[in-house]
Design a protein around this ligand. Structure first.
Ligand code: NDP
Ligand code: 2IT
Length: 453
C-alpha cells in the first residue's frame, strides 16, 4: 500500500494540533526524506515516518518550589524521550517561560537526527520547564532544580537517558541538578553531561557548541576556497553558544559586530574583540546582566531595544558577510531573511535550534546563500557530551587538546557527510537535505533492525 509523505504529514498535523514548532521541524525533515523514499521502499512498509513522529515516551510533571518570599510556586516539567534506536536518550534541558510540549517535541525530534550525525551512540530527547531563571536568586534556582530532579531522577540514568544544558541551563543549574540526582540515587554516575571538570565533566563542553559551529562553517568556506580572515559576521544571542561562536570567529580572524538578548541587540562596528567578549562573558555568566550594559562600557557601540525577535529583528538588517543565529527558534523571520539576502549575506550557519523560519530557509536556498542547518552545525555540543559519557564510562578524563581534536574531527565528518548525501540524494551543496538524509537513514535502518518497538 502506498502512503504519501503528504498524507503522513496531514495525519501528524491532525494528531498534534497547536504544536506549530513540532510540525515545522517534522515538515522540514520530511521534505528532505521525500527525496529518498523511492530508494528505501521498506520505510513505508515498516511505517518508519509514522513511528518517528510519535515520541517513545513523554513525561510531564508538577514542580512545586518555595520562593524567597516564602510563596509556593508551581512550574511544569517535561522530558520527551523521542527515539532510542541508536543509543540512550540524550539531549538538553531548557528552562524558559516559553517552554511547552510543542517546543519540547520539536527539540527532541531535531535531537534524534543531530545525535545520529555525530556518529556516536546517542538517542534523542529533550526536556525542561517553563521556569524562568532570570531574576531568581541562586537559592531559588537551587530549590527549583532540586524539586525538578526529585521527579526526573526516576526516568534518567547513564544507560537510559542523559540530560544536559540548553537555554537557561548552564553550569550552575547542572550542578544543582546533578547534586540532587546523586543524593536520591546514592550513585555517582554519568547520568548528566555538562558537569564541572572537578566532578566528572569534560574539558571544552562549554565551548563545544560554538566552536563546533565555526568548525563546520570553516569547512563550508574551505570547500569554496574562502576563509574567515577579515570577514564581518553577525551573531545573535549572548549566551553559551553565541559566546564561544564569537571566541572562535575572533581566533580565525573574523570581525563580529552584533550580539543580542531577549531585550535587544548591540552593534559594535569596530568588532567585539577578545577583551570585549570577556566583558560580555562576565556580564552574562556571573552578573547575569543585560546586553544593553555593553553600551555603558563601550559608548561607541549602538544598543537597540527589541524585545520581540519573532516579529522583526533589526539585528539581521546590518550588512555582513556571514550570519550566525545563536539565540532561539524562528529568530530569523521572513522579513529578516529578505533583509539578509538584500544586504548580500553569503553564508548563514545556525547555532541555535531551528532559528530560521521555513520561508527563510527556502529563500536562502533559492538565492544560493550557503546554509549550514542547525542539526549539523550545532552538533558539537552534544558530540562533546557523548565524549563526556565515554570519559565517565572509562573513568579517565581526556586533555583539552584531545577533546578539541575529536570535536574538529566530528564536525569535519558531519560536514563531509552532509555534502556527500546531498550530492547522492538531492543536489550538490544542499547541506539541509544532506544532513537530514544522513541523520535519518541511520536511525531508520536501526529501527527496522530492532523490530516493531
Ligand atoms: P543560553 O541560555 O546560554 O543563551 C540563550 C541566549 O539567547 C540568551 O542571550 C537569551 O537572551 C537569548 N534568547 C533566548 N530565548 C530568547 C527569545 N525567546 N528571544 C530572544 N532572545 C532569546 O542558551 P544557549 O546559548 O545554550 O542556547 C542558544 C540556542 O542554541 C538554543 O536554540 C539552543 O537550543 C541551541 N543549542 C544549545 C546547545 C548547548 O550546548 N547549549 C547545543 C546546541 C544548540 P536572555 O539572556 O535575555 O535570555
Ligand atoms: O540542542 C542541543 O544539542 C543541546 N542542547 C545539547 C544537548 C546535550 O545533550 O549535550
Amino acid at each position: 500500500m502506498f502512503v504519501s509523505i503528504e498524507a503522513i504529514l496531514e495525519e501528524t498535523r491532525r494528531k498534534n494540533p497547536k504544536q506549530p514548532e513540532f510540525i515545522q521541524a517534522v515538515t522540514e525533515v520530511f521534505r528532505s526524506i521525500e527525496k529518498v523514499m523511492d530508494s528505501f521502499p521498506d520505510f513505508i512498509y515498516h511505517k518508519i515516518l509514522e513511528r518517528m513522529v510519535e515520541p517513545e515516551r513523554v513525561i510531564m510533571f508538577r514542580v512545586p518550589w518555595v520562593d524567597d518570599n516564602e510563596q509556593l510556586q508551581i512550574n511544569r516539567g517535561f522530558r520527551v524521550e523521542m527515539n532510542s534506536a541508536i543509543g540512550p536518550y540524550k539531549g538538553g534541558l531548557r528552562f524558559h517561560p516559553s517552554v511547552n510540549l510543542s517546543i519540547m517535541k520539536f527539540l527532541g525530534f531535531e535531537q534524534t537526527f543531530k545525535n545520529s550525525l555525530t556518529s556516536l551512540s546517542l538517542g534523542g530527547a529533550k526536556g525542561g520547564s517553563d521556569f524562568d531563571p532570570k531574576g531568581k536568586s541562586d537559592l531559588e534556582v537551587m530549590r527549583f532544580c532540586q524539586s525538578f530532579m526529585s521527579e526526573l531522577y526516576r526516568h534518567i540514568g547513564e544507560n537510559t537517558d542523559v540530560p544536559a544544558g540548553d537555554i537557561g541551563v548552564g553550569g550552575r543549574e547542572i550542578g544543582y541538578l546533578f547534586g540532587q540526582y546523586k543524593r536520591l540515587r546514592n550513585q555517582f554516575s554519568g547520568a548528566m553531561t555538562g558537569k564541572g571538570t572537578n566532578w566528572g565533566g569534560s574539558f571544552l563542553r562549554p565551548e563545544a557548541t560554538g566552536y563546533g559551529v565555526v568548525y563546520y562553517a570553516a569547512r563550508i568556506l574551505e570547500n569554496k576556497g574562502e576563509t574567515f580572515d577579515g570577514k564581518t559576521c553577525l551573531v545573535s544571542g549572548s549566551g553559551n553558544v553565541a559566546q564561544y561562536t564569537v571566541e572562535k570567529l575572533n581566533e580565525l580572524g573574523a570581525r563580529v559586530v552584533t550580539l543580542s538578548d531577549s531585550s535587544g541587540y548591540i552593534f559594535d562596528p569596530e568588532g567585539i574583540d577578545a577583551e570585549k567578549l570577556k566583558f560580555v562573558m562576565e556580564l552574562k555568566n556571573f552578573r547575569r546582566g543585560r546586553i544593553g550594559e555593553y553600551k555603558e562600557k563601550y559608548p561607541h557601540a549602538e544598543y537597540h531595544h527589541n524585545p520581540d525577535v519573532t516579529n522583526f529583528n533589526p539585528l539581521w538588517n546590518h550588512k555582513a558577510d556571514y550570519a550566525f543565529p545563536c539565540a532561539t527558534e524562528n529568530e530569523i523571520n521572513p522579513k529578516d531573511a529578505k533583509n539578509l539576502v538584500d544586504n548580500g549575506i553569503k553564508m548563514v550557519v545556525e547555532g541555535a535550534n531551528m532559528p530560521t523560519c521555513e520561508e527563510g530557509v527556502d529563500l536562502f536556498q533559492e538565492k544560493g546563500v550557503l546554509f549550514g542547518p542547525a542539526k549539523a552545525a550545532n552538533a558539537g555540543g552534544v558530540a562533546v557530551s557523548g565524549l563526556e559519557m565515554a570519559q565517565n564510562g572509562s573513568r579517565i578524563p581526556w586533555s583539552r587538546e584531545k577533546v578539541d581534536k575529536e570535536l574538529l574531527k566530528i564536525m569535519t565528518r558531519i560536514h563531509d557527510m552532509s555534502l556527500e548525501y546531498a550530492e547522492r540524494y538531492s543536489e550538490p551543496g544542499n547541506y539541509l537535505d544532506g544532513a537530514n538524509i544522513a541523520g535519518f537513514l541511520k536511525v531508520a535502518q536501526s529501527m527496522i533492525d530492532q523490530g516493531y518497538v
